[in-house]
Design a protein around this ligand. Structure first.
Ligand code: AMP
Length: 207
C-alpha cells in the first residue's frame, strides 16, 4: 500500500503515519525527519538545508528533496509500500512522484490555522527518536523527557512563531493544490479530534 499523508503543520501527520506504519508494516518516510537527521549527523547537505531553508520555515529546493525521496523509496523495505509524510509538498514534487511510482491513497488531515497555531506552540520533539509530544494535550510522563528513549525533548526552530506563519502560508499556497491533483484518491479526516479518534477514522478509510 502506497500512501501519502497530507495536512497543515501540527495536524498530526507524523503521529498518524507512525501508527499506519506499525499497523500495515510499511515504512514511515518523513522527508522532514530525513533533513533533521542529516543536519544532526553534520553532513554538508544537511547543514546547508537547515541554515538556508527549513530552519527558516522555507521549503528545500525540489531537486534536492526529489533525489532524497527517490533514493529512499528504492530501498528494500519499500517493496510492499510506504507512507510518505511531508512529500510531495507542491505540484512539481507530485508530478515527479507520479513519474517514479503510483500512489494508492492520500489521507488529508483537516485542521484550521487557528488550531494548528495553538498546537504548534506546545509541540515538543524527542532529540533521540523524533517522538512527538504536546505539553498540553499529550505530555510525556516526566517533564521534557521522552517516554520511549529517555532523551531530552526540544522545540524545533521551525515550530517558533515566525517560521510557523510562513509554513502555514506555504502549505495553503503550495501544498493544498496537491489534494486537487490527487482528487480521486483523497480521503478527508477531521484532525481536530484526539489521536485515537483520528487514527480510528484513518484505519476505517484504509480497510
Ligand atoms: P516537516 O517536518 O515535514 O515539517 O519538514 C521540516 C522542513 O523540512 C520543512 O519546513 C522544509 O524546509 C523541509 N522539507 C520537508 N519535506 C520537504 C519537501 N517535500 N520539500 C521541500 N522541503 C521539505
Amino acid at each position: 500500500m502506497k500512501l501519502l499523508i497530507v495536512g497543515p503543520q501540527a495536524a498530526g501527520k507524523g503521529t498518524q503515519a507512525k501508527l499506519i506504519s506499525e499497523k500495515y508494516d510499511i515504512p514511515h518516510i518523513s522527508t522532514g525527519d530525513m533533513f533533521r537527521s542529516a543536519a544532526e549527523q553534520g553532513t554538508e547537505a544537511g547543514l546547508k538545508a537547515k541554515e538556508e531553508y527549513w530552519g527558516q520555515g522555507k521549503l528545500v529546493p525540489d531537486e534536492v528533496t526529489n533525489q532524497l525521496l527517490y533514493d529512499r523509496i528504492q530501498q528494500d523495505d519499500c517493496k510492499n509500500g510506504f507512507v510518505l509524510d511531508g512529500f510531495p509538498r507542491n505540484i512539481p514534487q507530485a508530478e515527479y512522484l507520479d513519474g517514479i511510482t503510483s500512489i494508492d491513497k492520500v489521507i488529508s488531515l483537516e485542521l484550521s490555522d487557528e488550531e494548528a497555531i495553538k498546537r504548534i506552540s506546545g509541540r515538543r520533539t524527542c532529540k533521540g527518536c523524533s517522538e512527538i509530544y504536546n505539553i498540553t494535550s499529550n505530555p510525556p510522563k516526566q517533564e521534557n523527557i521522552c517516554d520511549k528513549c529517555d532523551n531530552e525533548l526540544y522545540q524545533r526552530d521551525d515550530d517558533k512563531p515566525d517560521a510557523v506563519k510562513l509554513r502555514l502560508q506555504t502549505y495553503h499556497d503550495q501544498t493544498e493544490p496537491i489534494l486537487e491533483h490527487y482528487k480521486d484518491k483523497v480521503v478527508k479526516v477531521d484532525a481536530s479530534k484526539s489521536i485515537e479518534e483520528v487514527s480510528e477514522a484513518v484505519f476505517k478509510e484504509l480497510n
